[in-house]
Design a protein around this ligand. Sequence first.
Ligand code: SAH
Length: 467
Amino acid sequence: MLLTITTTTQPATDLGFLLHKNPGAVRTVDLSIGKAHVFYPEANDDRCTAALMLEVDPVALVRGRTGASGEGAVVDQYVNDRPYAASSFLSVAIVKLFGTALAGRSNDRPELAASAIPLEVRIAPLPCRGGETILRRLFEPLGYEVAAERHGLDAQFPEWGESAYFTVTLTATKRLAEMLNHVYVLVPVLDDEKHYWVGDDELEKLLRHGEGWLAAHPERDLIARRYLKHQRGLAREALERLTVGEGPDPDEAQETNDASEAAIERRLSLNEQRLRAVIAVLRGAGTKSVVDLGCGEGKLLRELIDDASFERVAGLEVSHRSLERARDRLMLDRMAPMKAARLTLWHGSLTYRDARLSGFDAATLVEVIEHLDPDRLGALERTVFEFARPGTVVVTTPNSEFNVRFETLPAGRFRHSDHRFEWTRAEFRAWAEQVARRFGYTVRFLPIGPEDAALGAPTQMGVFVRG
Ligand code: SAH
C-alpha cells in the first residue's frame, strides 16, 4: 500500500526536513510485519512528494512473528487483504518513519513544522467500511477536501461489482503533524479491523493522537468505538476523557465563574493568603519536587518556580484553555532556560491513574476537589494517594460555613458555579480522615484567611503526610 504526501510550499523540498528524510535517498526499515520504504517520486522547489510504501509480509503475519505486541496474531489465513490494504500497519509505519514529524517537531525547520502548509495526501488502497459516506464524515469536518475513487472487485469482471477499497485523495492547508495524526487515527478507523491487541495503551494512543481535534469531531463516538475495536468499556472511557467537564463551554464558564469568585473573595485577598499558606507548608516539609494538580492558570506554579529550592515543578490541568493561559502567564517561551527546565505542564485528568505523577515529594490540590462530581472523587483519591503517593499532599477547599459572611453571595449558593459541592469543616474533616486512613497518611488541618469564632476561616486546608 502506498501513502504519498505532496506539498507546494516554497521551497517544496523542505518537506524532507519536516519528515527527517532526505529527498535524495531511499530509506527502508524493517517492521515486525514487513518492510517500509520512504522515497520521493518528485522533489523540486515547486512541488515535492514523499511516498511511504508498505510491504507487508503475509507469512510474517501468520507466523505471529510479531510476538509481544501481538500484531497479526489473529490473522489466521495466508490469503487476506492485509498485505495490500492501508490499515493500522500504516499507522505503525508512520510512527516508525515519521515519528518526529508526527509529534510536530523538526530540528531544521521548526517554524515550518508549526505552520499550515498546502498538503495533498493520497492513500491507496484504503478500505472504507461504510463506504464513501463514512470517509467524508471522518475527514470533511477536519477541513479536508476529499476525492475518492472506488475500485471494482476485478477490472476483468465488471459485473462482480464494487469493492470496499478506494484510492483517496485528501487536500488541505494544515500543519504536517496535524495531517499525520488524522491519518494515524482515521485509517484504522476506516479499515475497522485492528489486528493487534487493544489495551489501555491503545486508549492512550487514541487520546494522544486525537489531542486537539477528536473531542470536537462530530463522529468522535464512531471513531473511538472503531479505533478501540468495539471494546465498549474502553470506548466509554475514551469518550469520558475526551469530554471531561463538557458543558456549554467549560473553559468559558470557568472564566466567568473565576471572575465572580474572585469578586466575592476580593476583600480578603484570599487567593494570596492561600498561596502563601500552601507554600509555607511545602517549605516546612523540605519539598524539592512538587506537582500542582488542577493548576488552572498557574498562579501557584508562578510562585513555586521563582523559588529555586523547588528543583522540579509540574502542573497538571484538564482544561486546554487554562493550560494555554498558564503557558502565557508564566511566559514559558521567554523563560530563562535553566528555569524553564525545572517546569513541566501536562494535560491530564486527575480521575485517571497517571504515571507522570509518581516520584514527587509533594502534590497540591488548591481549590480543585470541589470541582469534581462527588462520584468521581474516589477516582481522584486513588490517582493521588494510591498511585502518585507523594510524601505530602496539600488540599485546600472552601469552608461553606463561612459563606454567610460573603455579602454578595446569595444564601445557599456556591462561591463558584462550577463547584459541585462546598463542605463544612466537619464534612471536610470526615472526608480527609477516611482518605488518610485508607491510604496510610496522617492529616492535619489549618485555616486560611481571617477566622470567625463561630464559622471558622473562609478556606480550609488539609495537610496529608505519608506514614
Ligand atoms: N489550582 C488553581 C485552579 C483552581 S480551579 C488555582 O488555585 O488557581 C480548579 C481547577 O481544577 C480548574 O482549572 C479545573 O479545570 C481543574 N480540574 C477540574 N477537574 C479536573 C480534573 N479531573 N483533572 C485535572 N484538573 C481538573
